[in-house]
Design a protein around this ligand. Structure first.
Ligand code: CP
Ligand code: NVA
Length: 300
């Protein structure tokens, strides 16, 4: 029984999972491998893509998904994680959780008898990173280019650092001081990248990071849970907007990526996210195909 809480949990299996996702996308797997299986989906935060892609993914694989808003289940009223995990394990075959605190998902996985799949925590967003790499693979056919992340060194950035390191794609992250990615994640990414002969650059210099990039990626400046810091964050990250001028420093065939939801005029200009280099809708579509691969891999 395995869980997917971090990209490190699938360190050596990413190419295989991406291959599977491509097969699902191309309609090459038509069986219903998850017939009679049920996924519980606990959401402590809002979601459009994660919720819908997991639910549709389960249906397309022949199974069922149950949406559990934190406000509606007893855990939201203080029922212990351990009791919730043990009880749900008797009903369902897997549990997807979008949680406020990463530690809660770790505790959940320790107490559960069925696989736990993270649908985002404050530390990581592994399913997003898988869909993102599927998108990069589709656009470039390889991972030889430079992946650049600009802005807040948040959960999405942390998973991207790890996934790039695991597949040996060079990655540069440009964030303002105080908004760099998690220190332990940087350490892990550096170690893994070394094993795969790729590099990890963490800098405050956005121009250095974007120069010669194949992918320019950004995410919101105020993640769910950071709302109290809104003013401070917008000020600190102001110079880290991805706009046309910045995109011009990247390779000519560079793509723009964003996990969505996005705020036009903050982390990205409308011109870029709605422009010809933008891959964001393909990326969002790929959540479904990547999710199906993850569900197949962990629940079958
Ligand atoms: N990218 C992503 O996880 O989107 P949602 O918050 O809509 O699920
Ligand atoms: N970093 C964002 C990602 C949303 C999909 C957040 O955590 O709110």
């Amino acid at each position: 029984m395995r869980s997917l809480l971090s990209i490190c949990d699938i360190k050596y299996e990413i190419p295989e999972i991406l291959e599977l996702a491509t097969k699902f996308k191309e309609g090459k797997i038509n069986e219903k491998p998850l017939e009679d299986k049920t996924l519980a989906m606990i959401f402590q935060k809002s979601s459009t893509r994660t919720r819908v892609s997991f639910e549709v993914g389960m249906n397309e694989l022949g199974g069922n998904a149950i949406f559990l808003s934190n406000n509606d289940i007893q855990m939201g009223r203080g029922e212990p994680i351990a009791d919730t995990a043990k009880v749900l394990s008797r009903y369902v075959h897997g549990i997807m959780i979008r949680a406020l605190e990463h530690e809660d998902v770790v505790e959940f996985s320790k107490e559960s008898d069925v696989p736990i799949i993270s649908g985002l925590t404050n530390l990581e967003h592994p399913c997003q990173a898988l869909a993102d790499m599927l998108t990069v693979k589709e656009y470039f056919k390889n991972f030889n280019g430079k992946f650049t992340y600009v802005g807040d060194g948040n959960n999405v950035c942390n998973s991207l650092l790890l996934i790039c390191a695991c597949i040996g794609m060079n990655i540069a992250v440009a964030s303002p001081e105080g908004y760099e990615p998690d220190k332990d994640i940087i350490k892990k990414a550096n170690k893994i990248a070394k094993e795969n002969n790729s590099y990890v650059v963490i800098t405050n210099d956005v121009e250095v990071a974007v120069k010669n990039a194949s992918v320019v990626y950004t995410d919101v400046w105020v993640s769910m849970g950071d709302e109290k810091e809104q003013g401070k964050r917008k000020k600190a990250l102001k110079k880290y907007q991805v706009n046309q001028k910045l995109m011009e420093l990247a390779n000519q065939d560079a793509i723009f990526m964003h996990c969505l939801p996005a705020i036009r005029g903050e982390e990205v200009s409308g011109e870029v996210i709605d422009g010809p280099q933008s891959a964001v809708i393909d990326q969002a579509e790929n959540r479904l195909h990547a999710q199906k691969a993850v569900l197949y891999y962990f629940l079958k």
